[in-house]
Design a protein around this ligand. Sequence first.
Ligand code: LLP
Length: 389
Amino acid sequence: MSLKNELKAHIKELSELETPFYVYSEKILKQYAKKTFETLSPAGEVFYALKANANPRILEIIRSFGFGADCVSGNEVKLARKMNFRRILFSGVGKTEKEIREAKNSNAEINAESLEEIELISELIPKSEIGIRINPGIDAHTHRYITTGTEENKFGIPLARSEDAFVFAKKTGLEPVRIHFHLGSQIFGQSAFLEALEIAINLADELSEKGVKIREIDMGGGFGISYENDKSEFLLSGFASEVKNLASEKYVLLFEPGRFVVARSGAIITRVLYRKSGSKNFIVTDCGMNDFIRPALYGAKHRVVQLSERSGRRTVADVVGPICESADFLAKNVEMNLPERGDLLAVLDAGAYGYTMASNYNLRCKPAEYLLKEDGEIVKIREKICPEI
Ligand code: LLP
């Protein structure tokens, strides 16, 4: 059953809850976690990127399939450790001294992103094994805010300087064992990944001649899903066998999917506050860009669907939030039957980078989160969080 139909089947219980709120389908989450893990794991080790959704109940479900954790902050590392993920990677362009020390205590494995960071790690955690993130200079053709692998981007060490960075790390006494890259997010084709993997394999082969023994190649995440329908998405299966063949038995591959695992399972549910008509029609809801920022920040086109059945006249309207910014919209030019005040709408595919990017802007609360369990029960998995007044 699609998320929309699952939600519709629970309209009565959902309409009793204070809006806006996130709700996740346990069934869909498990389907995607299983598919991601089972497809990628024959080709390498799979780490879930916590930044997409870090609710502990969601993490518990994901971890149970066998995923490791991919983290980008000290707090993500702490949570992953607390949740007993079997292996933890720690990437990020600006790790603090405190985060590096704590990573050691949590047994997290660091991917370093600059020469100065490598030097600092060698002082704080001497002789440890590390990964180094390279910037392969490859455009993955995605939104410019979520492209990370071109020379314009702040991430990793430029390819031309990568070999020296590994040799330098070795000289400081560290053991560089992993090449890391992450090309960006919402990628649909394999070619950028294959190109980057070949670059990493060549680098690893060259490094072995210089006495640096690379064991793993961490290919990052970025596997895309379409927000316009619930069918199109990155084809993981062909990809897994391609990359496995390329890496042969020489290198262990690592993957860091985030969105692909959780996006489809979640929606944010909002209530219609007012309708306004004019040369442009507006449906004003109680879900602001503080609750869900993807449409405002990336122009992402999420489907907004009506959970309350209406047979009234067809209308085309912008579905907007209550915040004093024109970027505060959920979707533009949505065709729907004119909803009534109080009706519930669902913004679909909001399970990834929804709650994790919510804020208290305008002194608003961060929304609560619920889990729609496989047995049909709806349980609260996080209270709404309001700023101190
Ligand atoms: N690994 C690294 C090092 C990353 O930086 C990211 C995402 C991932 C893995 C997971 O990427 P995914 O498989 O989820 O695409 N807020 C944006 C996405 C930012 C992604 C940042 N890094 C959005 O809402 O589209």
